[in-house]
Design a protein around this ligand. Structure first.
Ligand code: ADP
Ligand code: MG
Length: 375
């Protein structure tokens, strides 16, 4: 059945730069509604948007001894990492167990909180590590309690790549960084787009998969801009393949496969707002090209979702859109998290993120359970 992409927005606390500039908060949330006021037009009506979830993570938190940020009181609307995982991560897991492909991608300007939600920092673990841990907990449970006659068997594989300047690199195979022009993206008639000779590793435990992801994270391309000194200027995609084998009710050997794509996009800001120059500017241009292709694909799909007869969807315009084709227009249950800065000084970028997210709501995908007789 066709269903809409689920869209959540999340607003973070002020960062040091915003505090230093005495920024004011221009975001308000009530229930699922997010409002933004134009600092240049204080009398004007705020612009209102509705999403599947609007997460207030701006204030009202306290820090635990290990640095975990949680609501300061039971009345505080602060949405912590556990809350976000409970709503978004758990649904990804449940769908993976059912055999659906899932995708979650985070969009927003540099420093808006994408990586915080996707991977997290320190005790504030994000959706990727939580999902991986719960996946292995679920497997261990099932192995213990399963009906032995079903001969259930579980396999998990991980791969990780980045798209940097329209070049694809295998983050789990640094020798791929030397391939001129990056790895090739090819199209398979049934499976769709894939990265040629991308490595994929079997993993047996949470520690195993976490180790691989940390290795990939260390291999990422990092460059500093004025906005966030350690922010990555590349798109990062972690793919988890979850295979369940066993006998069905009639004793037939079946295999269920789910691919989970977790995507931390590069910053969506226009280059000049970060003060980037020289090489950084060239990178910025390519990143914008990839993100603007994503914008065009989202627009075409949203038009289709709203029943407009539309032109072709330009997936082939960028590496990112080729690799996200399934997640956006095909067989996948997809979630988008739009990360927001609370500050007046980021009004233009935050408004553009909200518009982007608003458009993504109209996209419809058709996920099917990937199950077939074991070969
Ligand atoms: P991005 O990946 O979009 O560039 P980050 O996720 O690195 O941004 O976030 C920038 C900074 O803001 C980090 O120091 C991060 O810890 C902080 N931050 C982001 N989101 C939150 C949040 N929901 N609660 C508390 N701090 C946050
Ligand atoms: Mg980041």
């Amino acid at each position: 059945m066709a269903e809409n992409v689920k869209v959540a927005v999340r607003v973070r606390p002020f960062n040091e730069r915003e505090l230093k500039m005495k920024a004011t908060c221009i975001i308000k949330m009530h229930g699922k509604t997010t409002e933004i006021s134009d600092p240049a037009n204080k009398q004007g009506e705020p612009k209102k948007f509705t999403f599947d979830q609007s997460y207030w993570s701006h204030d009202g938190y306290k820090e635990g001894p290990d640095g975990y940020l949680e609501p300061a009181s039971t009345k505080s609307p602060y949405a912590d990492q556990r809350q976000v995982f409970k709503d978004l991560g758990i649904s990804v897991l449940e769908n993976a167990w059912k055999g659906y492909n899932c995708c979650m991608f985070a969009y927003g300007q540099t420093g808006s909180g994408k990586s915080y939600s996707v991977v997290g920092y320190g005790a504030n673990r994000g959706i990727v590590p939580e999902t991986c841990e719960k996946l292995f907990q679920g497997i261990d449970e099932n192995v213990k309690t399963a009906d032995k006659s079903r001969e259930q068997e579980y396999q998990v594989f991980v791969s990780m790549l980045e798209i940097y300047n329209e070049q694809v690199r295998d983050l789990l195979n640094p020798s791929s960084f030397k391939v001129k022009g990056g790895l090739k993206v090819r199209e398979h008639p049934q499976k769709g787009f894939y990265v040629e000779s991308q490595s994929i590793f079997p993993v047996k435990s949470y520690d195993d998969i976490n180790g691989r992801i940390n290795e990939g994270t260390r291999n990422r391309t990092i460059a500093s801009t004025n906005m966030n000194a350690t922010s990555s200027r590349a798109h990062t995609i972690v793919s988890i393949k979850f295979v369940q084998k066993g006998k069905n009710d009639t004793g037939q050997n079946m295999t269920k496969t789910s691919i989970i794509n977790l995507v931390d996009l590069a910053g969506s800001e226009r280059v000049d707002s970060t003060g980037a120059t020289g090489d950084r500017l060239k990178e910025g241009a390519a990143i914008n090209q990839s993100l603007s292709s994503l914008g065009n694909v989202i627009k075409a799909l949203a038009d289709q979702g709203m029943g407009k007869k539309s032109a072709r969807v330009p997936y082939r315009d960028s590496k990112l859109t080729m690799l996200l084709k399934n997640a956006l227009g095909g067989n996948s249950k997809t979630i988008m998290i739009a990360a927001l800065s609370p500050a007046d000084i980021n009004y233009d970028e935050t408004l553009s993120t909200l518009r982007y997210a608003d458009r993504a709501k109209a996209i419809r995908t058709i996920a099917v359970v990937n199950e077939s007789p074991t070969e």
